[in-house]
Design a protein around this ligand. Structure first.
Ligand code: GLA
Length: 387
């Protein structure tokens, strides 16, 4: 891949002098969905697929971007003095947002850059291609400008730029999973204080299989921000009767005791999901540590039901993929992953059942939805690197 991006860089920008090549992964969340902005726990892992970037510094202030994933758009130009989100700037709003964020945080970018990207994460799949672009941009800026920022800072800067530059009120999970990824480990992160531990992903003869619904979505045009508002309103209602800072502080029992403070049935279900999903995540990590993969799978399944019925972020495509997966012998657990509304599911499948799984779920999906799903057997990889 390094050679591919270098060759393309030369073709697009004339020569490859002073170029370095970087990589940042995508991520999949195993469990702990829509808990991150509710002060709860998440359990994602970085993947070996991700975003490759060839980059160099320029002597002037020009920014030139090119993506091998959006070749039709050609070279998109901008300037370091003019970092504003623009609709017509398309995907370049992600790297530009990170450059802007560095400036906001006191790390001024003083020179322009030529940056070429090539990602092998399916776009809009819910495997965080945009967070991967944000983190790889942070790694590029750190390297070329010598900024003393940690990988955790890269995660926080990525989230800041997504929130303030690109207008999506996402939590910290995606950028954190990508910037802090560790090979063969998932990250057990408490989003309330960013404390975390790594847990080995040992699945006892099973693998992580991603099924991509091919229903495209972008967080900006989904109901993502609306769900966040619903959770925040529910929290402010609960605060009148219980002393908490986030929904993640509540146990199921405590929630049941005080839920009548929430004055709307829909908001009760949104908050219920956040509370129960957080508890499920704690149980799931304990189960994995105790080698109880069957219980881990059951908790994944329960997570999906809650996301479908209470949080309402699935849709017929994801529900079909998951419900068909549950029917296959050798499937330990299956749920939607990421923001939902399209995107992907994650399933833990016994190795000897994988081809049957892909065939059976693939056929049922095609028959019901009218177009094909794509399947990826993925490996758990590390964080950002210079190649
Ligand atoms: C998206 C957001 C994350 C998180 C998930 C849902 O991936 O970027 O912060 O909220 O949705 O768990």
């Amino acid at each position: 891949m390094k050679e591919t991006v270098l060759k393309k860089f030369e073709e697009v920008f004339g020569d490859a002098e002073g170029v370095k090549v970087f990589f940042a992964p995508g991520r999949v969340n195993l469990i702990g969905e829509y808990t991150d902005y509710n002060g709860g726990h998440v359990f994602p892992c970085a993947l070996t697929i991700g975003t490759y970037a060839a980059a160099r510094v320029r002597e002037d202030g020009r920014l030139r971007f090119y993506s091998m994933n959006f070749e039709k758009e050609g070279v998109i130009e901008s300037s370091i003095e003019d970092l504003k989100p623009l609709k017509e700037a398309g995907w370049t709003n992600y790297p530009k947002g990170v450059m802007w964020t560095f400036g906001e945080k006191g790390f001024q970018i003083t020179k322009g850059m030529d940056i070429l990207l090539n990602g092998n994460i399916p776009n809009g799949s819910g495997l965080s291609s945009s967070a991967s672009v944000e983190v790889v941009t942070g790694a590029i800026l750190r390297e070329f400008f010598g900024f003393e920022v940690s990988n955790q800072d890269l995660a926080l800067f990525g989230q800041y730029s997504e929130n303030k530059f690109n207008g999506v009120n996402c939590g910290i999970m995606d950028q954190f999973a990508i910037a802090m990824g560790k090979q063969d480990h998932a990250i057990f992160l408490d989003t309330a204080d960013l404390s975390y531990t790594y847990a080995p992903v040992k699945m006892d003869g099973a693998k992580i299989v991603i099924a991509c619904s091919n229903k495209k979505r972008g967080l900006g045009d989904s109901k993502y921000n609306e769900r966040r508002e619903e959770c925040e309103t529910a929290l402010s209602e609960l605060k009148k009767v219980v002393d908490i800072k986030s929904l993640g502080e509540l146990t199921e029992e405590k929630f049941e005791e005080c839920k009548s403070a929430i004055k709307d049935e829909v908001r009760v279900r949104r908050a219920k999901h956040a509370v129960y999903e957080n508890q499920r995540t704690l149980q799931a990590v304990a189960a994995l540590k105790a080698d109880d993969i069957a219980l881990f799978g059951q908790l994944m399944n329960a997570s999906h039901v809650s996301l479908r019925d209470d949080f309402e972020v699935t849709g017929i495509e994801l529900d079909t993929l998951v419900e068909e997966a549950w029917k296959v012998d050798g499937v330990i657990g299956s749920r939607m992953t990421g923001a939902g509304f399209g995107g992907c599911t994650v399933s833990i499948v016994k190795e000897d059942a994988i081809s049957r799984f892909i065939q059976q779920v693939g056929e049922a999906y095609q028959a019901k939805i009218g177009y094909a799903a794509d399947f990826y057997v993925v490996e758990v990889g590390g964080g950002p690197t210079i190649l």
